[in-house]
Structures are given as structure tokens and as C-alpha cells.
Design a protein around this ligand. Structure first.
Ligand SMILES: [Zn+2]
Length: 263
């Protein structure tokens, strides 16, 4: 639709190793990945899709994430990278954010929660439940102070609420893509000039993951990961969309970044 703008934004990067992003590949090889999030301006309100890392990560990452996490995924972030500060530089008032859609609640996506007083925070019910009660192998990825907040949650229910149409006009729709996390959601943005874009977030870390040659290093269900990649392919065909991968150092530099935008 017209009057829709999509801004690509980045909350710094994570210094990690190839196998953390591409399971069983490049063991020990250094790999630095961007931490994307997105602002979507719709005539009826501003929408965030994720928010990068919490502000505390720029101040004392070890205190906020723990030494083990920082050793595995070393954040490169300054306070300027915090979502609220980036929006301020775009002249976007925190009070103008109407919805924050969470792809999932992992630590490099949860930085916006609680910082937008008029926002409803959209996540899958099963993702919020799992964030409070993760299995041992996912526990380090969920930082409870980030999401254990008194905010207005809008909870969706898996396949039942799939392709949830945010404003009822087809401009912004969620796509239920579990696997990396149990309640993961991608987002479809239907732009007038640039066509549809599917923001996959961590349903496809990189194009290898999209092209079915790698699983993500951190996984909840491999079976669901594979099904969700197939589902994203079907959505790409259906909407003639451009897939935008979630932590992809090869693809990310090819896209325009805020203050430039897609429309
Ligand atoms: Zn994740």
C-alpha cells in the first residue's frame, strides 16, 4: 500500500563463530553478524519489528547476559545503537509506536520491550510461556528482565492466528515460523514501490539457511525449522516477495539502511 515505509536498522553486531550460525560448519572460525530490527511507518501508527539488544548490553554486557553468553556471542554495541536512541535520531517519538512485533524473545531481539508507553507488544503465547520456562539448552538465550515487564501483550496463538493482519489492510502480516524458537514469527510487509518483503528474522539466519544448506546453530526443533523454511518459500512465491534474512553478514550490507527507507 502507499504511505508505507520500511526502515532497516541495526543494533550493532555479534562476534561469534560460524557454527553458532550454521550448525556443524566452520568450527571455531570467527563470524560477525549484524543485529537487525525494523521500523514500519503505517498511516495509522508506527510499528517496530524487534528492537535489538537491551540498553544494558551497551553498558555492561557481562552483567546483563552473563559471561558464557558474551563469550559465545560478543556484542558490539554502543548506547547510540539502542532502539530508542536510534528512533530519536529519526525524530520518531517513543509515544508514537503503536505495536512492537517480537519475532521471538531471544536476547538480541528483546531490547524494545517496555520502552514504548503506548505500544501493544505482539508475540506468540507459546513464546512468552517458553521464555519464562525454557529448556536448558535455550535458557541462556532468554534474559528474563528484558521481557518480564508490565506491558500490554497481544498474544497470538500459533497456526490459529497465522497471517495475523495488523491493520486489517494487508500491509503488515505476521507469519508463524517456529523452529529456531517455539513461537517465532516472521513479518510480511507489502510495499507499493519496492514490492513485498518478508522479514524472516531468525527463521532464516542467512541465505544458506534459506537455501536449505544449513540449520541454525541454536535450535528448538529442527523439524519445525525445516517446515518454516518451506513455508517462507511458499510465502515468497505467493507474495512475490524479497526474503530478508535475519543475521546475514553477506546479505545485510546490500540493503538500504535508515534514514533511507523502502516504500
Ligand atoms: Zn534467536
Amino acid at each position: 500500500m502507499s504511505d508505507l515505509r520500511l526502515y532497516f536498522m541495526e543494533c550493532g553486531s555479534l562476534k561469534t563463530q560460524v557454527q553458532m550460525i550454521k550448525m556443524n560448519q566452520g568450527l571455531g572460525d570467527p563470524y560477525e553478524v549484524p543485529v537487525p530490527f525494523y521500523l514500519i511507518q503505517h498511516p495509522r501508527g508506527n510499528v517496530l519489528y524487534d528492537g535489538g539488544n537491551a540498553l544494558e548490553v551497551a553498558q555492561d554486557a557481562v552483567a546483563h547476559w552473563g559471561q558464557g553468553v558474551v563469550d559465545a556471542y560478543t556484542p558490539v554495541m554502543t548506547e547510540d545503537d539502542f532502539v530508542v536512541n536510534q528512533l530519536e535520531r529519526l525524530d520518531v517519538d517513543p509515544a508514537s509506536i503503536k505495536y512492537v512485533i517480537q519475532s521471538h524473545l531471544h536476547l538480541d531481539h528483546s531490547g524494545a520491550i517496555g520502552h514504548f508507553p503506548n505500544a501493544e507488544y505482539i508475540t506468540q503465547r507459546r513464546e512468552l510461556e517458553y521464555a519464562f520456562t525454557p529448556q536448558w539448552f535455550q535458557k541462556p538465550a532468554y534474559i528474563r528482565p528484558d521481557f518480564d515487564r508490565d506491558v500490554d501483550w497481544l498474544l497470538l496463538d500459533g497456526p490459529h492466528d497465522d497471517e495475523y493482519d495488523l491493520f486489517g489492510d494487508g500491509a503488515i502480516k505476521t507469519l508463524f515460523t517456529p523452529g529456531h524458537a517455539p513461537g517465532h514469527m516472521s513479518v510480511i510487509v507489502n510495499l507499493e514501490n519496492d514490492g513485498a518483503m518478508i522479514l524472516t528474522a531468525d527463521a532464516c539466519y542467512t541465505m544458506d539457511h534459506y537455501n536449505r544448506t544449513a540449520l541454525p546453530g541454536l535450535i528448538h526443533s529442527a523439524s519445525d525449522v525445516a517446515d518454516s523454511v518451506d513455508k517462507i518459500h511458499r510465502a515468497v512465491d505467493k507474495y512475490e516477495a524479497t526474503p530478508v534474512t535475519g543475521h546475514d553478514p553477506e546479505e545485510w550490507p546490500k540493503f538500504k539502511k535508515a534514514p533511507e527507507y523502502y516504500s
